[in-house]
Design a protein around this ligand. Structure first.
Ligand code: ZN
Ligand code: MN
Length: 500
């Protein structure tokens, strides 16, 4: 990945991300209402999250602990003392007229999360400015189905705990930004902090992007840079949209800059919305300055203190993050970094399945091959989770064990796997019903002798050093008995010929 301007792309794309993640708690941040997604509108509300006069918020400590866990995994420093602030703005989905958030004393800051490419080389180390906790707003529903084109408000979401994660502008391409988001999502899922379901709005991304364009002086580049105005892109509802929107926006800014060639110093930040269907960004209202929000300390909540013991407890509950787990798996099971990456990227449950299988098989690489070629491939085809996958590790290990023993070869093993998957029957049943009886060593030897006697030319060729001639025997053997294991049969023929 180059970060230097090239002839094809004579600028550097500078990208920073702002991610909002809903925490996986049963109840809201400042009241006891349920956070379950999909309930009938306005059924999960109470005086506190509706902002009725006289109601008082009480912090959900579990939500705070989950947020601390996420911040620690992102290498952030946890503040020993943190407080709440009111962020004031008027919007129909914000019943109180303010959001309880954190302004000047966020609970954590100065973290980092690197993104690594599948080949194991470092792609980018992204610094995190801060992670803070705040409450979500309600949802506007633009109800055109009724033909009235009116807008209704659902406040079930109001008060749901949100972590806001803000990065430095350290990302250098749309592809890299998407990869980084995937890594963040994976990390949060491993931590059990969030389900990161973008369709349900559990994870939302805004992206800041502008271009740095080297200005050529008399004899070439003179070190001066033109910087296009920073644009904040909103309304992206998948990581793919994030990538597409950034590609579009970088090209748009480049075109716009070429028309003016201005150096553009301190132009104010602009906000543009992504239109996924049209594949374009469009100008939106200008973003408020922080002074417009009239932040002030929340008088109804006490500040939160975090002790060293709290941090130690959060660390203990954390488990291995994906970066650590990739290395640990590769070492423990002696599998390539690529294999570890593929397995870890599928989530904690798949890693558990793999470790169960590898323990039974005793061979990490063999287990990993079956995971990738059989388990993962069929899982991706049929959908669903690894927890619901009908072929359990013990069955896969049973098949692999029979292959290793020489009862049949790997391709026959694959057919049995497919049949176990389709029928849900035990491996032994499937093996019996498919007529795959293991050929006894005695039978194999006599078949081998019979064919050697009938094929003197092949015997002579092998004796003359052409081992590959033995392949001619395998076809004949399988015609006589389809259950013959080709690898085992070939080896036996070679041994017998050498002993002649
Ligand atoms: Zn409530
Ligand atoms: Mn926010």
């Amino acid at each position: 990945m180059t970060t230097q301007p090239t002839a094809a792309e004579p600028f550097t794309t500078i990208i920073g991300l702002e991610v909002h993640v809903q925490l996986q708690t049963k109840t809201k941040l400042f009241c006891g209402c349920s956070t379950t997604f999909g309930a009938a509108p306005n059924t999960q509300v109470c005086p506190t999250c509706l902002g009725l006069p006289g109601s008082l918020p009480v912090m959900n400590r579990h939500a705070f602990d989950l947020a601390v866990r996420a911040a620690l995994a992102l290498d952030c420093t946890i503040a020993p003392f943190t407080k709440w602030d009111r962020k004031n703005y008027f919007y129909p989905d914000l019943p109180k007229g303010y959001q309880i958030s954190q302004y000047d004393l966020p609970f954590s800051s100065d973290g980092r999360l690197e993104v690594i490419d599948p080949k194991g080389a470092l792609w980018r180390d992204v610094r995190i400015i801060r992670v803070h906790l705040e409450e979500d707003a309600g949802k506007s529903m633009h109800d055109e189905a009724a033909g009235t084109a009116d807008t209704r408000i659902d406040l079930n979401r109001a008060g749901t705990p949100l972590c806001e994660i803000v990065t430095q502008p350290d990302l250098r391409s749309p592809q890299e930004s998407r990869a980084w988001l995937n890594e963040l999502k994976l990390l949060l899922a491993y931590l059990g902090v969030s389900d990161c379901n973008m369709q349900e709005g559990s994870l939302r991304v805004d992206a800041n992007v502008n271009l740095h364009i080297p200005l050529a002086g008399e004899g070439g580049a003179d070190g001066r840079l033109a910087k296009t105005p920073i644009v904040e892109i909103k309304n992206m509802n998948s990581f793919r949209s994030v990538e597409r929107a950034l590609v579009y926006e970088a090209a748009r800014q480049w075109e716009e800059w070429q028309a003016t060639k201005a150096e553009m110093g301190n132009t104010p930040k602009q906000t543009r919305g992504w239109d996924d269907a049209a594949g374009v960004t469009r100008a939106q209202r200008h973003k408020e300055e922080s002074s417009d929000y009239r932040y002030f300390p929340e008088p109804d909540l006490v500040p939160v203190t975090v002790s060293e013991a709290d941090i130690a407890k959060a660390r203990a509950a954390m488990g291995d993050p994906p970066t650590v787990l990739r290395k640990a798996l590769a070492e423990k099971w002696r599998i390539p970094a690529y294999d570890a990456d593929v397995l870890v990227n599928q989530g904690r449950d798949l890693v558990d399945y793999f470790e169960d299988l590898a323990t039974r098989v005793g061979e990490g690489k063999v287990a990993s091959n079956w995971m990738q070629q059989d388990v993962l491939r069929t899982l991706n085809e049929r959908g669903g989770t690894i927890g619901e996958f009908p072929v359990r590790p013990e069955a896969v290990a049973d098949i692999i064990g029979r292959v290793t023993k020489g009862d049949f070869d790997t391709s026959r093993g694959r057919e049995i796997f497919a049949e176990v998957l389709a029928s849900g029957r035990p491996v032994a049943d499937v093996v019996a019903s498919m007529g795959i009886a293991a050929v006894s060593d005695d039978d194999l030897v006599s078949l081998c002798k019979e064919l050697l006697a009938a094929n003197p030319k092949i015997v002579a060729d092998v004796q003359g050093g052409k081992e590959q001639a033995a392949a001619g025997l395998i076809g004949q053997a399988r015609k006589k008995n389809p259950n013959v294991n080709p690898g085992k049969f070939r080896q036996m023929c070679l041994d017998l010929i050498r002993g002649m």
